[in-house]
Design a protein around this ligand. Structure first.
Ligand code: HEC
Ligand code: HEC
Ligand code: HEC
Ligand code: HEC
Length: 443
């Protein structure tokens, strides 16, 4: 509830303050404190998570360490800071050495403050177990006794099984948060462009966990389509939160460019292919906000809750139209969208995304492209990952025949070919690929 609504209802200001105070207390109590980070060695004992192959008769695999150290790029995230590419970025930014710069370590390693580092902690381990699961001090000894997962979470283990919490965790590094962020300056210095989609990246990370019957019993399971939907809601919220925040939405004279569509500035002057977007307001000659997760939410909500879909569309239009007039206007429109999207993860978690919804969602994603919504590469990239996720979800839930699934999988080849290179992306080619998906889906 907004402060202004409370005030309008005529509550005396003292009770507002009391209420806010109680709210603050309860938020504090809910977030368990992060304990000391003890280092990967404290997880990787041979009788703990350091087995060489999955161990039978236990709930978890117990070879998580081997999966991580051999196959997971997070184990190499620190080493990457010693590479020539990183040296160049650090030199260009004038920040000394990449592997000692806090700004790089915050995402390329588990980097808790000095008082949260146990005796065996080593920064060189990169994004280790506790970089995702949280400092183990307060749950290390008890979590092996098989308490409910919620007991561990109460002691500071990160709720990686909860889709919204997981999205927040991954995005803290794969986009940024209040404390850390890849700015356009860093990209200008050579940092790669970043993109993220929760289900796709969950699939891409070499799995050290198996969602089987016992996992479902202990933690429940979230379908791929729900992970996608919740991931989009959290991503849009985080993006809009930065745009709305006057400390983070600009850099000196200019707005923070990383929040805008890269190719609205980085394209050839010879192109002369600017077109208004049919569904939104865009200004020629002006960079526009990267709205790829908003466009996904627009499609998604149009399918499951059309009136919400209309609200999203209207607010996206305001973001582009008013946002082009000044920073204060941009910030206000983004704040509006941040508030609207903040409630969506909970809504999506409770929505049934069944077979029909999946098919309708693919159709809607195709139509959105044919209606001219994927003029930016970032939109097409998100749509490609979404369609892939939805086809995989249909396969998992046996929502189509084998023959149809084979056709759909085949139609993805053209989707990926059309999004293989952001520099040469052409919406027309992507739309042809989208038509192929529609044909594979049939009537
Ligand atoms: C907000 C988090 C964040 C910050 C801050 C950050 N990075 Fe990264 N960096 C990432 C992520 C996430 C990736 C992987 C992106 C992907 O593959 O999707 C990455 C990728 C890279 C890559 C390319 C890796 C490859 O395989 O091509 C280099 C090099 C790099 N970072 C160096 C740096 C340096 C140097 C700094 C400090 C100036 C830094 N990063 C700051 C999150 C961050
Ligand atoms: C990049 C983030 C990340 C890193 C790094 C990571 N994990 Fe995980 N881990 C996850 C996610 C996501 C899950 C799945 C959600 C869940 O069950 O909580 C998971 C699940 C698990 C599970 C639970 C399996 C189950 O059946 O309940 C164990 C055990 C585990 N990880 C151990 C480890 C260990 C040990 C390491 C270090 C060697 C590690 N993880 C590193 C993200 C990570
Ligand atoms: C503490 C920061 C951090 C967190 C948290 C984190 N990542 Fe990463 N992730 C990175 C960095 C840095 C890289 C690049 C490592 C490299 O290229 O060596 C990376 C790389 C990846 C890659 C490989 C991408 C590629 O281009 O091959 C995947 C997949 C991935 N992360 C998924 C996830 C998922 C899923 C989560 C959440 C469960 C997550 N990450 C949480 C920092 C993080
Ligand atoms: C509002 C316009 C604008 C937007 C949006 C923008 N950039 Fe830039 N970018 C610039 C300018 C200006 C430069 C500096 C060019 C120069 O130094 O010659 C630059 C430089 C760069 C460079 C260095 C190029 C070189 O010559 O070494 C990279 C890489 C880069 N941007 C990546 C990105 C990425 C990735 C995005 C999207 C996430 C992005 N930019 C969004 C305006 C923009």
């Amino acid at each position: 509830m907004k402060f202004s609504t409370l005030a309008r209802n005529g509550l005396p200001s003292l009770s507002i303050l009391l209420l806010l105070f109680c709210l603050m207390l309860s938020v504090r109590a809910a977030a368990a404190e992060d304990g000391q980070h003890l280092g990967v060695a404290s997880c990787a004992g041979s009788t703990c998570h350091g087995a060489t192959s999955p161990v039978a008769g236990t709930n978890v695999q117990l070879n998580e360490y081997v999966t991580w150290v051999r196959h997971d790029k997070h184990a190499k995230a620190y080493e990457l800071l010693l590479s020539d590419a990183s040296k160049r970025i650090a030199r260009n930014l004038g920040i000394g050495e990449a592997h000692t710069a806090k700004v790089c370590l915050d995402c390329h390693a588990d980097n808790p403050p000095a008082n949260k580092r146990g005796p065996a902690f080593q920064i060189t381990e990169g994004v280790g177990c506790e970089g995702c699961h949280g400092g183990a001090q307060n749950w290390l000894s008890s979590h092996t006794a098989g308490p409910a997962h919620s007991d561990n979470v109460a002691k500071g283990m990160v709720a990686t099984d909860d889709p919204a919490a997981r999205a927040g965790l991954c995005l803290s590094c794969h986009f940024g948060n209040q404390e850390k962020f890849v700015t356009h300056r860093m990209m200008g210095a050579g940092h790669p462009r970043m993109s993220f989609e929760l289900d796709t990246f969950t699939q891409l990370q070499p799995a050290h966990f198996v969602v089987d019957e016992d996992y479902r019993k202990r933690k429940g399971a979230t379908s791929g389509i729900k992970l996608w939907a919740i991931g989009q809601a959290v991503m849009a919220r985080e993006h809009m939160a930065v745009l709305a925040d006057s400390r983070r939405n600009r850099d000196g004279l200019f707005p923070e460019f990383v929040l805008f569509d890269c190719h609205s500035c980085h394209s050839s002057m010879r192109n002369k292919d600017w077109q208004p977007r049919s569904s939104g307001v865009r200004t020629p000659g002006m960079p526009h906000v990267n709205d790829s997760s908003l466009v996904m939410l627009q499609v998604l909500t149009n399918v499951i809750d059309p009136s919400l879909g209309q609200a999203v569309s209207a607010k996206i239009r305001t973001l582009h139209r008013d946002g082009a007039t000044g920073m204060a206007q941009l910030s206000a429109a983004a704040g509006d969208l941040r508030d609207l999207t903040a409630q969506m993860a909970t809504k999506f978690a409770a929505s049934p995304f069944d077979g029909d919804v999946m098919k309708n969602m693919i159709r809607a994603l195709v139509q959105a492209g044919l209606d001219g919504n994927y003029s930016d590469f970032a939109d097409a990239e998100q749509a490609a990952m979404a369609i892939d996720t939805l086809i995989a979800a249909m396969r998992n839930e046996k929502a189509a025949s084998e023959e149809q699934l084979a056709k759909l999988s085949k139609s993805l080849d053209a989707i990926y070919a059309a999004t293989a290179n952001d520099e040469t992306y052409q919406a027309g080619r992507f739309n042809t690929a989208l038509s192929g998906v529609r044909a594979a889906l049939g009537g």
